[in-house]
Design a protein around this ligand. Sequence first.
Ligand code: PEP
Ligand code: MG
Length: 365
Amino acid sequence: MIDGSTGVVIINPDPETIYRYRERAEVYRKYQDSIMAFGLLPAVTSDGNRSVRITANIELVDEISLAVNHGAEGVGLFRTEYLFLGRSDLPSEEEQYAIYKRIVEANAPNPVTIRTLDVGGDKLSAHFRVSHETNPAMGLRAIRLCLSRVDLFKTQLRAILRAASHGTCRLLIPMVSCIKELTATKEILGQAAEELAAKGIPHAPRIKIGVLVEVPSAVAIADLLAREVDFFSIGTNDLIQYAMAIDRVNEQVNYLYDTLHPAVLRLIRQVTVAAQARGIEVAMCGEMAGDPVNVPILIGLGIDELSMNALAIPLVKKLVRSVTVEECVELTRQAFDMQDAESIRALLENWLRERFPGDYFIDHS
Ligand code: PEP
Ligand code: MG
């Protein structure tokens, strides 16, 4: 039996445990049903001062209907690597185009953010593993790998440019750590567009381009990156790993992995400040975006879009609609005064409990 809310696996559960968990599953189902309606409403704060776009993270084309049913206003992160993994050949431009087009059309006019291939590290595939790496998370992965395989990268960019002519599509570049990677990407994107134009193949003449901010060096130069892109999306899953120097798949150092670590919050703030100074949008697509506990701070920092697992959308929308920007800013101010993640978590949980009794915590006992 798997308890997905706590990550606990129970082997050979006794009848009493099964009964208890069935009851809890039922309570959870009823709770989910009761909040489903919020998915269809816009995520505007109760004072009407801020609208947050709530989008879905998807990995497979079949997940679109789940995302739409739960109220996603587009796709904030389409992880394209699943098209490439678990097979011995590479997907062709036509195959990729057909899939991207389906996703873009199903969401139109809402935007779909397509992340270019992010393999390497914990996402390995036989035909990408060029040579053994002692430290794959810091190795030839994501944009680094794409820039070393221009043929493969350009094929994907052509497919995305073609799909972009069927709706609203944005390009998201993973693991950018310096401006040079962005310049090289734009050059290859330009070549891809020229090739399509030369062949008379319909495609979007221009596509919004964004950086997935997930490496601390990208945060440090966020002011410079902001001049080069249309938007940022903060990838907290990796950002926490690289900022805290903890391998995200190493259980022994898991205890250090905390979205509310003051360092993580400061990194996020640095990104939002740089984006706001330049007038570009900033999204968040790491797991942090879908946890209601974090939402008041993310509003307080001025994040424009939260992209998450579809199932999390109704609850997050409900919360956004219940708070004011002023109280979120005040809570954020208090959180930035605290020294550790535990105190910040206690602050946020207590605030939620007092402000919305019984609403945001399902009793797990
Ligand atoms: C992230 O790193 O936060 C992210 C969104 O990407 P992934 O989890 O696929 O690395
Ligand atoms: Mg990542």
